[in-house]
Design a protein around this ligand. Structure first.
Ligand code: NAG
Ligand code: NAG
Length: 239
């Protein structure tokens, strides 16, 4: 027999866990995740929702002239980095060790194509490794992967479109019930001339477009992460 006092102590613990639904979200990528303002717009939009307490996580905290003093700047965007290098050097492993996450967005591949003209198949193989790393840290990681934005220099966009075309079937092949991958299309409707400030990075209009594309997928991801917390509370309760 479990003493009544102990039972109620467990109940209180269970309740406290249930109410504490702090979800950790890591924006992961290159400069198009680091030195942009879509994260600020996203954070602001979340403040009016049930997801206001979502904690953005990551080692980067630089201000980007977004004219927003309040937003949670934490991110794992690394300017100039290639997906292939991040995977080969196993860098995501260390980043997630320092800043565990429940939800991850990934916008990568631009530098692989623009800087080093890497093969699409090798970029996709790097994505596979990165998803594997994310799931090693959190088997229930909710992952949102972008089909990446176009560049202002049109010659790169052929290969960018080849990469983007590979992403949905790749993601479907790695999809898991407990760790879904949602693909969002950041390419379609994004103008390589009107929505970029420098041929590479979004201007204010581009930031707004990117935020609008991430947003519905992130709401799904946050809801799925929250549902997991409900499950783990039940497990704690039984234990
Ligand atoms: C939830 O957890 C976070 C991080 O551990 C903590 O800062 C916060 O105070 C907790 N909130 C509640 C309502 O217990
Ligand atoms: C992965 O599964 C989820 C449902 O769990 C679904 O919403 C999503 O579209 C799937 N992703 C892909 C790339 O098929």
């Amino acid at each position: 027999m479990v003493p009544v006092a102990l039972l109620s102590a467990f109940s209180i613990l269970g309740l406290a866990t249930a109410q504490n639904t702090t979800i950790r979200y890591m924006p992961f990528g290159d400069s198009i995740t680091e030195i942009i303002c879509w994260r600020a717009l996203l954070w602001e939009k979340l403040q009016t929702t049930e997801w206001a307490s979502v904690n953005f996580v990551g080692s980067g905290k630089t201000e980007n002239n977004c004219k927003d003093a309040k937003y949670d700047r934490d991110n794992e965007g690394h300017s100039g980095f290639l997906a292939i290098d991040i995977a080969t050097k196993n860098q995501l492993d260390g980043w997630l060790k320092t800043n565990p996450a429940d939800v991850l967005t990934m916008h990568l591949g631009t530098n692989d194509i623009v800087q080093q003209n890497k093969n699409v198949a090798d970029i996709i193989a790097a994505f596979t490794r990165l998803v594997g790393t994310a799931r090693t840290h959190n088997p229930k990681m909710k992952i949102v992967v972008a089909q990446i934005i176009p560049m202002g220099m049109g010659s790169y966009n052929t290969k960018i479109q080849q990469l983007n075309a590979q992403i949905p079937p790749w993601a479907a092949g790695l999809n898991k019930t407990e760790s879904p991958i949602w693909v969002v299309d950041q390419y379609t409707g994004f103008s390589g001339s009107a929505d970029l400030r420098d041929g590479v990075h979004p201007n204010a209009g581009g930031d707004k477009k990117m935020m609008d594309v991430w947003y519905p997928a992130l709401l799904q991801a946050f809801a799925a992460a929250k549902a997991d917390q409900g499950t783990s509370t039940a497990v704690n309760f039984i234990a």
